[in-house]
Design a protein around this ligand. Structure first.
Ligand code: UDP
Ligand code: MG
Length: 304
């Protein structure tokens, strides 16, 4: 059996197409499947539409969250209800083509436990493309996991991988990182990520930055190590400068003057200290969140 998890937030204009295309694409693989749509607290007609399709086809299942918990947690809610042996994740806006699951599945059957989509061409604005490009490269070089460049959540994996992912206790959910962290045999399939046909993106620049910070802070200790490197570099500089001044004083008898320089140095290092405290604070806040151990999502209604 195959389970496909689809997070959906205010996508009323897309539900018909989502239903038709996903059912058709998955039916080509097997008749034994379930599509689990997670309504992430939509405030338009999304939930009603989903439920009416559920009445028409009971393999099209709907979970409704009590409020908007965000893309990552919505997926997690769906994953926790998936019954299949093979589990797929795709966005509800059809930017990830469901037709590709056939290819994912054939690779899973053979030798792999995880198959993920690699976005070959993004049809987005230049700024967004550049931001994504930068982010994945930073994450790759900083993080301790081997995360593939330009892979998103669009993927399919086996039950054993899902079980491992679900037993990760973290509060800050970064699925593509978690999927990579668990290991097993993984491979990517290139695809062209389509432009969104209808509706608007739910990821504002702020939310994207949050997701990016999540990826970096959850899977890397580079920011905190960086503070150490920076400190040592500054100390070295100041020692060299001190030697220079002493030598100058001994041989030429003059001390450097410079009120302006002094003020600049003080301001500069005050800035560095504040940024450092901010980075430390990020780890503290994250530790605090983890210790609170709140539930990650609340399911209000189930149409299974
Ligand atoms: N989504 C969600 N909860 C949110 C934001 C988004 O379930 O709080 C869903 C959204 O409906 C879509 C998917 O997550 O199906 C990806 O979101 P979006 O297309 O807005 O992101 P983008 O493709 O622009 O990165
Ligand atoms: Mg999208």
């Amino acid at each position: 059996m195959i389970s496909i998890v689809v997070p959906i937030y205010n996508e009323e204009s897309l539900i018909e197409e989502l239903f038709e295309r996903t059912i058709t694409a998955i039916s080509k693989i097997t008749d034994s499947f379930e599509i689990i749509c997670v309504d992430d607290g939509s405030n338009d007609n999304t939930l009603n539409k989903l439920v009416s399709f559920h009445k028409q086809e009971n393999r099209f299942k709907v979970l409704s969250l009590s409020r908007n918990f965000g893309h990552q947690r919505a997926i997690l809610a769906g994953l926790s209800y998936a019954k299949g042996e093979y589990i797929g994740i795709m966005d509800g806006d059809l930017q990830d083509p469901p037709e590709l699951f056939g290819k994912f599945y054939s690779k899973l059957e053979n030798e792999f436990q995880v198959v993920y989509g690699i976005r070959k061409k993004r049809k987005e604005s230049i700024i967004k493309k550049f931001a994504y490009w930068m982010f994945y490269r930073i994450l790759k070089s900083w993080s301790e996991i081997d995360i593939h460049l330009d892979s998103g959540d669009f993927s399919m994996f086996t039950r054993e991988v899902l079980n491992e992912m679900l037993s990760m206790p973290e509060q800050s959910v970064f699925l593509r990182g978690m999927r990579s962290w668990v290991g097993f045999r993984q491979t990517g399939v290139e695809y062209e990520r389509n432009r969104r046909e209808k509706g608007k993106t739910k990821y504002s620049i702020r939310k994207l930055l949050q997701l990016a910070a999540n990826g970096i802070f959850s899977f890397s200790y580079v920011p905190i190590k960086f503070l150490g490197h920076l400190g040592i570099t500054i100390i070295l500089f100041s020692i060299i400068y001190a030697i220079y001044i002493i030598v100058k004083k001994l041989f030429y008898g003059n001390m450097p003057q410079g009120f302006t320089t002094l003020i600049l140095v003080i301001i500069f290092f005050s800035g560095i200290q504040l940024v450092s405290i901010r980075i430390l604070g990020e780890y503290i806040v994250r530790t605090y969140k983890e210790t609170k151990k709140r539930q990650l999502f609340i399911i209000k209604d189930k149409f299974l």
